[in-house]
Design a protein. Structure first.
Length: 261
C-alpha cells in the first residue's frame, strides 16, 4: 500500500495539516481531495493507493491536526482555509470531493477557476431538499458524550467491529479515531454543509465535472445537484455501497483516472 507524507501550510485559521501521496505514477495529473466532516485528509488513503497518482488532501479546519476557524464553519470559510493546497502544484489541478467535501470543491472551483481544471463530485448533500432539511438541525448538535450511555463502545462496535467484513481492522480503527478526534466539536462542520445553498454555486461551475452517485441516501440530492451543473457528466454506480471510499475505492479510482486522463 502506498505510504503518505505529512506537512503543514499556513492559512487563515493558523495551520493546515496536509497529507500527500506521491503514488507510483508521478506523471499522472495531480488531484486534491476534500474530505467529508468529521474526517481528516487520511480518509482518502485507500482511494489514493488505488489511484496510484499524486494526491493531496488536508484535515478541514477544526478536524485532525488543522487549526479551527475562529467563526462557525461555513463552506466559504473552509474554501479560504483550504486554498493553500492549490499552491502545492504549478499546474491547474483537479478536485475531488465526497459528501460535504463536494460543496467545498464547488465553491473552490468558482473562486479559483484558473487553478482548477475539473471536478469529481461523489455523493453531493443537498440540504435544501425536504428530507435532508428535517435532519439538518440534529446534524449540527454536539454529540454530548456524557449524556449518552456507553457512547464510545457503541461507536466502536458500529464503526469497527461491524465493518470487519468490509474494512481491515487497522483501517477501520483509524477512521474511528478520526471520527472521535474533534470531541464535542465533531458535528460543528455540518453547520457549513447544512447552511450552504448549493444551487447557485453549482450553476456557476464552468470546469468539466464528473458527478458520481453511489448507492446511498444522497443519490437523489446528487442527481439534483448534477442537473444544476452545466458541465456535469453523471455516472450512477449502484454497485458502490457504504463505505464508498473503502469498498468502492478501486471503482472510484478508475472513474477518476479516466476523467482526468
Amino acid at each position: 500500500m502506498i505510504g503518505s507524507q505529512r506537512s503543514y501550510l499556513n492559512n487563515v485559521a493558523g495551520q493546515l495539516h496536509v497529507w500527500h501521496w506521491q503514488g507510483t505514477e508521478p506523471a499522472s495529473p495531480p488531484l486534491i481531495c476534500l474530505p467529508p466532516v468529521p474526517y481528516g485528509g487520511r480518509f482518502f488513503h485507500t482511494f489514493a493507493s488505488a489511484l496510484g497518482g499524486r494526491v493531496w488532501s488536508a484535515d478541514l479546519p477544526g478536524y485532525g491536526c488543522s487549526d479551527a476557524l475562529a467563526d462557525p464553519p461555513t463552506v466559504p470559510g473552509y474554501t479560504e482555509a483550504m486554498a493553500p493546497l492549490l499552491q502545492l502544484v504549478t499546474q491547474p489541478v483537479c478536485l475531488l470531493g465526497f459528501h460535504s467535501g463536494t460543496l467545498v470543491a464547488i465553491e473552490m472551483a468558482n473562486r479559483y477557476p484558473e487553478q482548477i481544471s475539473g471536478l469529481v463530485l461523489v455523493d453531493v448533500p443537498v440540504f435544501s431538499s425536504p428530507d435532508l432539511a428535517k435532519v439538518s438541525a440534529s446534524l449540527t448538535d454536539p454529540p454530548d458524550y456524557p449524556q449518552q450511555k456507553d457512547p464510545l463502545n457503541r461507536l466502536f462496535q458500529s464503526m469497527v467491529m461491524d465493518r470487519l467484513d468490509k474494512v481491515p481492522y487497522e483501517r477501520a480503527l483509524t477512521l474511528f479515531f478520526d471520527f472521535l478526534g474533534s470531541g464535542e466539536m465533531r458535528n460543528a462542520g455540518f453547520h457549513a454543509a447544512t447552511s450552504y445553498d448549493v444551487q447557485g454555486p453549482a450553476e456557476r461551475v464552468s470546469q468539466p465535472t464528473l458527478v458520481i452517485a453511489t448507492n446511498s441516501s444522497l443519490r437523489d440530492g446528487t442527481l439534483q445537484a448534477a442537473s444544476w451543473i452545466p458541465t456535469a457528466n453523471v455516472v450512477e454506480r449502484a454497485d458502490i455501497t457504504m463505505p464508498a471510499f473503502e469498498l468502492g475505492a478501486d471503482a472510484l479510482a478508475q472513474l477518476a483516472r479516466e476523467f482526468m486522463g
